[in-house]
Design a binder for this molecule. Structure first.
Ligand SMILES: [Zn+2]
Ligand SMILES: [Zn+2]
Length: 81
């Protein structure tokens, strides 16, 4: 059921979980690994990575996940605790 939540969230919130900037859903999106909504710069990092994702149909992975780092949870959920 993660997919449904993902779509709801992408419709409502379009702020990058990494920088807080506005996410253009045509360019950015959600990381398939850490589920953060990220702007183009933080999700793909480069046009080459985006192209590879689109051409190969590979799920998008953010820069941090590709680098093998585990990013912190989104600040919205962390602030509530
Ligand atoms: Zn960003
Ligand atoms: Zn990620």
């Amino acid at each position: 059921m993660d997919k449904i939540r993902f779509f709801q969230r992408s419709l409502l919130g379009t702020e990058c979980d990494a920088c807080g900037g506005r996410v253009d859903l045509m360019q950015g999106g959600a990381c398939d690994s850490c589920r953060r909504i990220l702007c183009f710069r933080h999700l793909y990092g480069s046009w080459l990575a985006r192209l590879r994702s689109e051409v190969l149909g590979a799920p998008p992975r953010c820069v941090e996940c590709r680098a093998g780092r585990t990013p912190p949870p989104p600040p919205q959920t962390a602030a509530k605790v």
